[in-house]
Design a protein. Sequence first.
Length: 389
Amino acid sequence: MNELPNKGLLPEGLRDVLPPDAAFEAEVTSGLMACFAGHGYERVKPPLIEFEKSLLSGVGEATARDTFRLMDPVSQHMMGVRPDMTVQVARIAATRLSQAPRPLRLCYAGQVLRARGNQIQPERQLGQAGAELIGSPAAAADVEVVRLAVEALDGVGIEEITVDLNMPTLIAALMDDLELDEAAADALRAALDRKDAAAVAAAGGEAAEILQHLLGVAGPADNALAAIENLALPAGAARERDALLETARLIAGELSDIRLTVDPVETRGFEYHCGVTFTLFARSERGELGWGGRYTVDRGDGGKDVAEPATGFTLFMGAVMGALPGPQPANRVYLPFGTPPATTAGLRGEGWVVVGGLEEVADICTEAQRMNCPYVLQDDDVVAVDKLS
C-alpha cells in the first residue's frame, strides 16, 4: 500500500495564504470594491462552477484551454471551474440582467482556477477583482474604466502606475488587408508575441515592413501616437489605428499624471477583445497588475443574437499584493485570564486587537510574546511588553 502523502503538500500551482497576509488581501480587496461601488458599479457573485456549455460560449471560448473540467454527478453534464470571472459577468448581463438599463455597471471579486500555469504566472488559483461597463460603444466608456482601475489601485496604496494601451484588432485587420495566408499570419503573430524584430524582418513583404515600424514605435504615448498616426496603413488597419488614437488621446487628457505607454502589436491575453485594450503595471511589481479593454456580449433579444458593446478590466490580486509593502503589524494586546468583558469591549472599541488568556500563567509577558502580542493589559492600563521585560 502506498504511504499517505504529506498533508501539507498541495498540487502544483496552489498554496495556502497564511496570517497576516490572508487578512491583508481581504482588506485590500474590500478597498478596491468600495472604490468600484462609489462609481456606481454594483456587485455580482457568480458561482464557482458552471455548465461547460454556458461557461465556454461567447467570450468564454477564449478560456477553453484554461478551464478545469469535471462531471456533475447530479445532471451528468460536463461542468467547468471558472478560469476568469469576466465571462461570467458577461453571461449575467446577457441573461438575468438583459432588461436592466444600459449602460450596465457591474463589479466582482473572487477566486478562479486554471487548468495549468505558465512560466510567468505559475499559480493556478488566482484572486480577481474587476469591473465591467456593458452597453456603451462610446470612447468615454473606455476612459471611465481605465480611470476607475487607476483610481482603485492608487486608493489601496499602489504608486507609480503605468497604463499600457494596446489594439489587438490592428494586427488582425492588417493581416486581413494584406490577405496573408494562415501559416504566414501565425508565424508573424508568434514573432510579435516574442517582440522578435529579426523574425518579423525575415518574413519579408509589405506586412513585415509595416510591423517593423509598429514594433519600433512602442513606448511613451506622446511619441508613439504621433508615429502611428503618420504611418501609412491599408484601409482596415487604418480604421483600427484611428480608433486607438481617439481613445488614447482622451485617456491621456484625463490621466495626465499617469505614465501612459502604447504598444500597438501586443495581443497576448486579449483573445476575446475587439478594440482598445490596456495593461496595468507598477514599478514595484514585475508582472501585470491587471488588464482590460473592449469586447462584445452576445445578448439574445427576441430570438436574435445581438452583439452588445462592453469594456472593463480585471485586477490580479496576487500581483496587486506584490506591489504593496505588506501588512502593518496589528496593535495586539494580551488580556490576562479573567479580564472583564466590559474591559475587553472597551479596548476593541479603541481599535486594539485583543487576545484573551484562557488560563492563569506564571509570566504574562512571556505568554504575550508567545501569542505575538507586543502589549499586555496590566492594572487596567495597556503597557508595552518590552517596558516590562
